[in-house]
Design a binder for this molecule. Structure first.
Ligand SMILES: NC(=O)c1ccc[n+]([C@@H]2O[C@H](COP(=O)([O-])OP(=O)(O)OC[C@H]3O[C@@H](n4cnc5c(N)ncnc54)[C@H](OP(=O)(O)O)[C@@H]3O)[C@@H](O)[C@H]2O)c1
Length: 319
């Protein structure tokens, strides 16, 4: 049986940290190519004969394109982030096409209908955050681009791990993100990784051209979140109020941590989630359970694990 070569981006990130061990254990006849800006971040895989760590810039389309050819990459797990996410993604899609070797792509987007006329209208009307809006362009490009490879889109909701975005949170009584009262679905990165493995394994046979929305059906409000964290930490935790003062403070803290461009973008995104809520339909939920072969992880359990220090936030450049 031919060895399948899978290129995975952001292997040191929140999803990648869970995805790489799962790919190695679930798909024994595969090789993994891991592009990274810093090989030191992936040092724990350095002696694994099934893994090639490639140091360079994911933003360089010539370097990335050469990796596909050199390693005869057949499958790509594409997880990109940052203020240049649109350019990097489009150049990557073009490189897959040029390579002639890529047969299947799994692309990390976000939950939501971002390709029907009604879905696009809602997204464009409500959102201004560039890193959210660009994903509708990518999803439409996949649908209409006539690519010579199959693709599956993953649509996660809000990661459990985002609760650890502010380093001092576990020692404080303030949950920094103004979540608001409409409610937001939450997802474990382990479930995103599991959906990723299923989509890689499927290679477009049954999941090709589909979006798998991943997360809870329940949408957690600020009050839900405060209650869960208060119980888990054994002290009263307040969620920052979703009022002007709360937004100003949240944005200032995010800018201090992630810079002005990314900080503003993240704040713009959370404002819409707080005002509109964010989640999934019952049909999307049922499809997810079918793909995962289980119910998604519970945020209630995730909060306890994070409070107990069992989850470490991945080394992240962005919020
Ligand atoms: N966080 C959420 O709640 C959430 C919800 C829904 C969707 N999403 C989407 O999920 C994706 C993953 O987000 P994340 O924040 O969790 O990422 P992450 O897994 O922490 O990945 C960060 C790593 O990705 C690599 N990378 C990818 N694209 C890059 C670029 N253009 N420039 C520089 N480095 C890049 C870098 O790794 P190296 O340094 O090793 O090169 C970086 O350290 C994003 O597209 C995000 O919009 C996130």
């Amino acid at each position: 049986m031919a060895v399948d070569t899978i290129l995975v981006t952001a292997a040191s990130g929140n999803i990648g940290t869970r995805l790489i061990p799962l790919l190695l254990s679930t798909l024994p006849s595969t090789r993994l190519i891991l592009p990274t800006s810093s090989a030191a971040k992936l040092a724990k895989y350095a002696s694994n004969s099934r893994i090639s760590i490639e140091e360079g810039s994911i933003k360089d389309p010539y370097w990335l394109g050469q990796l596909f050819v050199t390693h005869s990459v057949s499958t790509v797990f594409l997880n990109l982030t940052g203020t240049d996410e649109l350019f990097t993604t489009m150049n990557a899609l073009d490189s897959f096409q040029r390579s002639g070797t890529v047969k299947h792509l799994v692309y990390v987007s976000g939950a939501g209908d971002w390709t029907s006329p009604a879905g696009i209208k809602t997204l464009i009307t409500r959102h201004t955050a560039g890193h959210v809006l660009m994903k509708t362009i990518v999803e439409q490009k996949l649908q209409h681009g006539g690519f010579p490879f199959s693709w599956t889109v993953l649509g996660p909701t809000l990661f459990f791990d985002n609760d650890l975005s502010f380093p001092d949170f576990l020692q404080s009584s303030l949950y920094d993100i103004p979540l608001g009262s409409k409610g937001i679905s939450r997802v474990s990165c382990a479930d995103i990784a599991l959906a990723g493995v299923k989509a890689v394994e499927d290679r477009g046979k049954t999941l090709g051209g589909k979006k798998i929305t991943i997360g809870s059906l329940h949408k957690y409000t600020d009050a839900d979140t405060a209650a869960l964290w208060s119980k888990a930490l054994g002290r009263e935790v307040h969620v920052r109020p979703a009022d002007e003062e709360g937004w100003e403070a949240f944005e200032a803290a995010t800018v201090a941590r992630a810079g002005k461009v990314w900080g503003r973008d993240i704040a713009l995104m959370y404002r819409v989630f707080s005002e509109d809520g964010w989640g999934m339909t019952e049909e999307e939920y049922a499809f997810q359970v079918q793909v995962l072969g289980k119910e998604p992880d519970r945020y209630e359990d995730g909060v306890i694990q994070m409070a107990n220090g069992e989850v470490k936030k991945a080394d992240k450049r962005y919020a």
